[in-house]
Ligand binder design. Structure first.
Ligand code: APR
Length: 311
């Protein structure tokens, strides 16, 4: 029997994610959205690509959650995306309401599922979903670090004319302006990046990484990124479905790791059939450790704002 993955939100990120999963034939996909006809139309269109791409995966579009029952993984992308001039934090209360309502429905129909949260502001949304789900921390994880790291690796590859495959990096912390690229752990073919790019230029590349999402929003004008985000989501789906134990930067609930307790933050985790099977503690420089703490404090502010405005 094929696995079952539900994707909630049939917009840019959700639909592209569903398409990638269906094209690869990884799982049967259920696409849920509140707009009548949208998930149904996109699902049928995707399934009709099956004979061409050689996939037997079924794709079902729906406005309710019955069809999602018993999903192995549920990816939540429902919400609004930012427009030029908006920060991810500007989406807080709108998306809190949407992600909250979606989580309650998802959990009702798939009590054993693993939740991958994507809606922004990511770290606050994953915390909200975790609180409402009642799931253990292993089964609630947020997608951000793979995307931020992919942007960093892309910019480094352009700078050095080197293959992205040879660039190894970690971007940790919150999915926002305070994300923390670990320069000391970044290597190109095993060579530390700091010996290949001078400090001031490296700082520019780090800043472009921090602004990576906004750069796309500025160009698109009507929405935010979805090709790289969906690729990052599918890398997490793959690790869980196929129990690969891949170590990937994801938003995970910390209970003392990295000196952070009771909060989601982007850290390297081992992803497998059990979800977040392990939180990997890499050694940080004092500056990186301080930056991670400060990034967590930014996330805590959003979490406090949500607690002060229960909806
Ligand atoms: N239930 C289900 N779907 C919903 C709900 C809800 N309660 N509310 C909104 N949606 C759907 C919308 O109808 C829309 O189709 O979520 C979809 C969002 O799609 P887009 O507007 O295209 O946004 P997208 O670019 O996919 O981004 C979604 O992911 O990366 C983040 O910041 C981004 O928070 C945003 C989310």
């Amino acid at each position: 029997m094929r696995s079952k993955v539900t994707v909630v939100g049939a917009g840019n990120v959700g639909a592209t994610t569903a398409q990638r999963i269906a094209d690869k034939g990884y799982a049967d996909v259920v696409l849920v959205d509140i707009i009548d006809g949208l998930p149904q139309g996109k699902a049928l269109d995707m399934m009709e690509a099956g004979p061409v791409v050689g996939s037997d995966a079924t794709v079902t579009g729906t406005n309710s959650y019955e069809e999602s029952a018993g999903s192995d993984i549920v990816v939540i992308t429902a919400g609004v995306a930012r427009k030029p001039g908006m920060s991810r934090d500007d989406l807080l209360f709108t998306n809190m309401k949407i992600v909250g309502a979606v989580t309650v429905e998802v959990v009702k129909h798939s009590p054993e599922t693993i939740l991958i949260i994507v809606s922004n502001p990511l770290d606050a949304m994953v915390q909200h979903a975790y609180n409402l789900s009642g799931f253990p921390r292993e089964r609630v994880v947020g997608m951000a670090g793979i995307l931020d790291t992919a942007r960093f690796r892309t910019f480094l590859s352009l700078e050095l004319n080197a293959s992205v495959n040879n660039i190894s990096a970690y971007v940790l912390g919150g999915h926002g302006d305070s994300m923390v690229p670990l320069i000391g752990n970044t290597t190109v073919g095993g060579v530390p990046v700091a010996s290949l790019i001078e400090k001031s230029r490296l700082e520019e590349i780090v800043q472009r990484t921090r602004d990576g999402g906004a750069e796309i929003v500025g160009l698109l004008k009507t929405g935010s990124a979805y090709y790289a985000p969906s690729a990052a989501i599918v890398q997490m789906v793959e690790a869980i479905l196929f129990d690969t134990k891949a170590i990937l930067p994801c938003a995970a609930y910390l209970q003392g790791e990295y000196g952070i307790d009771g909060l989601f933050a982007g850290v390297p985790v081992k992803l497998g059939a059990g979800g977040v099977e392990e939180i990997i503690e890499v050694e940080l420089t004092p500056d990186e450790a301080a930056a991670l703490k400060s990034s967590a404090a930014d996330v805590q502010e959003l979490v406090d704002a949500m607690a002060a405005n229960p909806q």
